[in-house]
Design a protein around this ligand. Structure first.
Ligand SMILES: NC(=O)c1ccc[n+]([C@@H]2O[C@H](COP(=O)([O-])OP(=O)(O)OC[C@H]3O[C@@H](n4cnc5c(N)ncnc54)[C@H](O)[C@@H]3O)[C@@H](O)[C@H]2O)c1
Length: 316
């Protein structure tokens, strides 16, 4: 048996102990780093959102029986090309729900309380009370939190945000059942209403054709003045230049962005110069706790396919 994997540097430490001794493994940072000889004879490939698989990459995976994404979003993989090549693509859909939801709510509070500015000023021994009050420092309680995408993570965010005394609304093409809405205290509203009435907006939709560029300059202009905007989903859903402009003008009071159109974040990314922006490079779903489960579930699926069984959590 043979598994190839494209993983960030050092991640082989997490993968290696999970693979049976007899499993040949070739681990690289990018598929472009692997030669055809290294790929030949592989049963399964483990991929991550950090290293996209384009159609020409998938064309090199002849004989591979599974592309196993290490995470939830599969937008980094050309799914049509995988379908044409008849290679199933699977994800790990539940391992890091809590991690992303915790991070999103932390980011909301970080933005509302202007923690970034306060921390910088504190290190310089400035009188931070005045600065923070000048910038505006706000409670969660009483705020309307608008969640775009009410799947596993959106619902986990709703549960947490509700516990802080917020009013939760969501937008999703698929309505949650009444029981779920009641349990989470969340109300479905049209996207326009969510955009125009929320004090805090958090994006949890997948990057697909319908969500590409979903939030741009017209949407930021319609948001409440000084809205807090959090994106832990995917960069392509939000127009980064428009968000940077909205932060500069003060239309958006503060933003937290964990996913960028191009990762790692490029030096030319306009958000790097924007005020009140908390920028992290795709770490919301990565904790020491959940990463173990994610790797284990990914490896188990590869071994399932190698044993001739059907993989679970198939996306295409
Ligand atoms: N930053 C990170 O580290 C990280 C980690 C995990 C997941 N993610 C991102 O979070 C996304 C959501 O994850 P999930 O587990 O909740 O997925 P999920 O599939 O459970 O939920 C996605 C929800 O979005 C909804 N949706 C689809 N199109 C929409 C639209 N046009 N408008 C509003 N909602 C729409 C779907 O109906 C679904 O309810 C993933 O696709 C991934 O891109 C990021």
């Amino acid at each position: 048996m043979k598994i190839i994997a494209t993983l960030p540097k050092g991640s082989d430490r997490a993968l290696n102990p999970l693979l049976p001794d007899e499993c040949e493994r070739i681990i690289a940072e990018r598929i472009g780093d692997l030669s055809d000889e290294q790929i030949a004879g592989s049963d399964a490939m483990i991929a991550t959102a950090y290293n996209p698989l384009a159609a020409e990459d998938i064309a090199r995976l002849e004989g591979v029986k599974l592309i196993q994404q290490l995470g939830i979003g599969t937008d980094s993989i050309d799914l049509d090309a995988a379908k044409r090549a008849e290679i199933p693509v699977c994800n790990v859909p539940t391992a890091n729900i809590d991690a992303v939801a915790d991070f999103a709510v932390m980011a909301m509070i970080y933005c509302l309380r202007k923690v970034g500015a306060a921390e910088t000023e504190s290190r310089e021994n400035k009188r931070i009370d005045r600065l923070v009050l000048k910038l505006g420092s706000f409670d969660m309680a009483g705020k309307r939190v608008g969640i775009i995408g009410f799947g596993n993570i959106g619902r986990a965010v709703a549960k947490r945000a509700g516990a802080f005394g917020t009013e939760v609304v969501y937008s999703d093409p698929i309505a949650a059942d009444e029981e779920t809405e009641r349990a989470l205290g969340a109300k479905r509203v049209p996207l326009d209403e969510l955009i125009e009435t929320s004090n805090v907006i958090s994006v949890h939709a997948p990057l697909v054709d319908a969500t590409r560029g979903l939030i741009g300059a017209p949407e930021f202009a319609r948001m409440k003045k000084k809205v807090v905007f959090v994106n832990t989903a995917r960069g392509g859903i939000v127009d980064e230049a428009a968000l940077a402009d909205a932060l500069k003008s003060g239309q958006v009071g503060a933003a937290a962005v964990d996913a960028f159109e191009v990762e790692p974040i490029e030096e030319s990314n306009p958000l790097l110069d924007a005020p009140n922006a908390m920028l992290t490079c795709h770490i919301a779903g990565v904790t020491t706790d959940c990463i173990k489960t994610m790797y284990r579930e990914a490896v188990e699926n590869c071994l399932r396919v190698i044993r001739g069984e059907a993989p679970i959590n198939r996306v295409v």
